[in-house]
Design a protein. Sequence first.
Lengths: 276, 536
Amino acid sequence: MSPLRRFLRTPEAIAGAILLGALVAMALIAPLLFPGDPQAIAGPALLPPFQDWSLPLGTDRLGRDVLAELFHGARTSIAVGLAAAVAALAIGSVVGTLAGFAGGLVDEVLMRITDAFQTVPSFLLALAFVSVVGPSLGIVVIAIALGTWTGPARIARAEVLSIRERDYVASARAIGMHPLEIAFREVLPNALPPVLAMSSVIVAAAILTEAALSFLGLGDPNRVTWGGMIAEGRAVLRTAPFLSIVPGIALVLTVLGVYLAGEGIVETTAVKRGLS
Amino acid sequence: MSGFTISRRKMLAGSAMLLASTAMPALGWAQTPKKGGRLVLAADSEPRNLNPAIVASNGVFFISSKIVETLAEASFDGKDGLAPRLALSWEGVDDGLSVTFKLRDGVKWHDGKPFTSADVAFSALQIWKPLQNLGRTLFKDLASVETPDDLTAVFKFAKPTPFQLIRNALPALSSVVPKHIYEVGKIEDNPANNVPIGTGPFKFGEYKAGQYYKLTKNTDYWGKDEPYLDEIIYQVLPDRTSAASALEAEEIQLAAFSAVPLADLDRISKVPGLKVITKGYEGLTYQLVVEINHRRKELADVKVRQAIAHAIDKDFVVKTVFLGYAATATGPVPKNDPQFYTADVPTYAFDVAKANALLDEAGYKKGPDGKRFTLKLLPAPYFNETKQFGDYLRQALAAIGIDAELVNNDSAAHIKAVYTDHAFDLAVGPPVFRGDPAISTTILVQSGIPDGVPFSNQGGYKNDALDALIAKASETLDTSTRTDLYKEFQKEVAADLPLINVAEWSFISVARDTVGNIANNPRWAVSNWADTYLAG
């Protein structure tokens, strides 16, 4: 059975795949469907949804097209989610591998640093970082990665601790490979799978954190973000609730999709391991 | 309305309310002032320094004006738009070198000591002139204050100072604090800055950070039978969306300074028992202004500035950003000012084609991507409306090929970026017009202001003719000549556009209809509330 078919065996995975597929499709076709600036003023302000079919989801307080903003917001969410997850996994696995493979003092120092980061709530860390450096998309990605790399680091270290005692590592040592080369070419690739299993959780968390930062006014103001849309809509929550509800639903579905797909992957790998 | 008895009058009042709720939501009916009661209202900020003599700003006045009084207050029908407070009369001498104040008799400080002219002299010379944010420029030529007796204070100026200006400044700049409290130690560190002592109708009661300020009735107040209220509680509600629900839940009875978002007013005006009041802020006009950094070579060109002015649809801004609760601006003096405003200035109609033509003429042709140049745009974070206008301005500039990149900062970072570091190309600011252009308006365009002075010309603009005009007006004593000079000033600013005035707005109060005597002067929210009462 191919991995894809095995993946699609569980209903959660199918639902997750559909949701994620829809999200990716939204992000990809956004510039085709809504060319130009999604923040351009397209019609009268505060038009309710389903009134005017050229603006199906209505308009916000300045008369911007909510549907166009929603599609372009998907791009931001995906970009931030993926970039933050890649950054967090990269930092985490490098730190974890170094700590686990070198052992001794290096291990102590790196793990205490990891502990220090882990004790600070990751959202507070992101909040503090963005308010000091100033909001822009790159900074938001770094801020989120700063708070999430510790999980991958600990898992990578635990894996490396067991792998480094294996025979093939000993033989690599025996043929005189440089320790760093052994760490990153022999050990890290084998330690990665359990670390990667965390990626879905990290992506979901990153999307939520980005939305929360934007909601607090610390997102990139030059890009549409769902969190920013909710924050904008909050001022008129009682008179135009759709402005907050629409991006809110999009956010819920996205996070749900990422989570379900992640569960599916875990199931698939578990089944594979069980069979082998 | 207490009890369950139904009287004819109450029935009438009730049916009048029903009618009113459909036609005129803000309609009230005659009530007789009643003593007692506790007024709970929303406060959206918590100023640490509550001394209005040092920090003359509306956030501080909102609380401290009930405790510390000024020499005179703004008034709808008083002579020169003033009503007496601590001073009973004020008289200028024709040479502009002295102003005589006759003070109120029998006024006592909250600690029981008598209020005298020595307190006025001390406040003026030791605080307003050297320390106050606005007084520093206005009272810079104040040489001495003579006190021939306990109830007379004569201000002596080293250079002629227009009496009209002093008069216009009285409501905001003349908070009198007790000499016997402040003469000990450093004024800036005096504990009374946090626990103010004044002569006003209310005494400072208690402050719990993040929760409330409590003011209690001054039983020894000079006003006959005043104040009516026993207590005022400022409930700290930093979240603007919570004020409306707190009003509906009857947790608070008043939300001033537009604590209820404009978009919610239409809905809340239909809630029985609540009224929306647009009066009472006439003396506190805020101006929506595009501040320009003239150090950018593109923006130093008047054609580019004119193009930007033509690109802004002021009617759209008033209608969409302010939902109609504002007026379009023509220049640096707001339309509602009775003394100085002139409509006879160059205007910039919304005209994208003309704006594009002006930019082409200035030599900034559109590139292949449709962009001429990129600017950094910093909207001030103090109001929802300034932030929203920032979003609008970005779109308006995009339509004429200027790519504006928004930079959001918190209040402290915004002030530093714009007024100290000059790290902006365009900024959106909300300066306040305080009844006379010389108080806080000319400073927005005159040159030679040191770096770091907030709400002043930090855009590097220098226009010798305009500077000369401002200097001349500041020493012109004759009221009508002075007024004419400021009309000239408005024309010059509108022509050369050191900054672009977009709109003028004020605030909205929402109150339960039991709160009486609301909005009975042009600075009501920041006046002393001695006659405010709670009916029923």
